[in-house]
Design a protein around this ligand. Sequence first.
Ligand code: HAM
Length: 418
Amino acid sequence: MAAMIQKPRGTLDVLPERAKVWQHIEKTLRSVAEKYGFGEIRFPTFENVDLFQRGVGDTTDVVQKEMYLLEQKGTGEARYALRPEGTAGVVRSIIENGKCSDAMPLRYYYLANMFRYEKPQAGRFREFTQFGVELFGSDSALADASVISMGNEILEKLGIRDRLLHINSIGCPNCRPKYQEALVSYFQGRESELCETCRERLKKNPLRILDCKSPICSSIAAGAPKTVDSLCDDCRQHLSTLLSALDDSGISYELDPGIVRGLDYYTRTVFEFLCPITGAAQSTVCGGGRYDGLVRELGGPSLSGIGFAIGINRLIDAMEKSGVNPPEETRPLLYIASMGQEAAMRAFQIASRFRAEDKWAESDLVGRSLKAQMKYADKIRASYTLILGEEELRSGIAQLKNMETGEQVAVELATFSL
Ligand code: HAM
């Protein structure tokens, strides 16, 4: 036998039984998104590397360490990258398609695979699926509240009761410099203990030291000054309006000054939904925030944005750990067993007639004995069975059996329906 080839590390196969769970989730996500006025956007799996370097930030872990780069043929140069996240691609797309002058707010959602070269572990894959939403053109804290309540509703609808919403504000270009100064002076005192990447970050983008995954850097980062202590009046007001709107909606949250998020584009509000029940180190099922400078950074007009992404792989894990039952499996309506070639042909025709009426019917395709066919009909939990032999073909009449009640009725092969 030839050697078996395995899937790449950190990727996932989803076979039909599991795909049912995915489909159920996708249906819920789409219906909630559409109710909030979001339309689906699809965009390329790979984009110019510059998009992520400029959009997500070239000092982030995602860009520095985790991007899958694609070489431009013949040049040896990395020109494209598999998308590690969706926000930058959506922003590129709305600018390129001239959407920034449409009526505001613009609202888009996507269900798309993302790629990050991370160390695989529970809840962390190299290819994973995100459901993301992006809302553009509103500076109001009520837009933040609306996006957060949408995330909250999705998790509630999918049965994840045990969830925590953590919120923080990381300020805006007005208050950020003051905060960065405080950070730099804190980290300069411990510079020699930082990893090499973070020593570099100290010069270029000290905020990114706060989400370094190295244990030493993260323990030093735990004592660093917090963004909330440096907010300007406008940012403080924005946060307070958001929190009041959440209070009014009965959505509970925790202010968590430790959240900075790992991507550079965020301004003001950042938030995460955590599911501690998963027990995994990676218990964040949803992460998002406001990004008021990104559209401009990527060559568009000054247009604010806010959104989030839910990791579907982590969501499924959280649902399983929460004891959410998978949706009821669908089953065939009719299985037609047959004896002999001629009967098999007739069974095939009847099954085709049922399928033309959008009903699930099956006939034997693998040449099983009659006994094995009946066993198979049981296994696939067909609601009805029909047996075709010489006598049935001659008379045009056969016994239709209700597999649940055992009841049998005679039906005319040419015309019967269910
Ligand atoms: P993110 O926090 O990098 O944000 O990812 C969002 C979610 O994707 C995470 O909370 C997690 O559930 C899932 N996720 C991330 N990495 C992995 C992985 N390696 N394996 C499995 N799941 C993972 C973003 O990507 C932003 N674009 C979200 C956003 C949209 N912000 C504003 N709009």
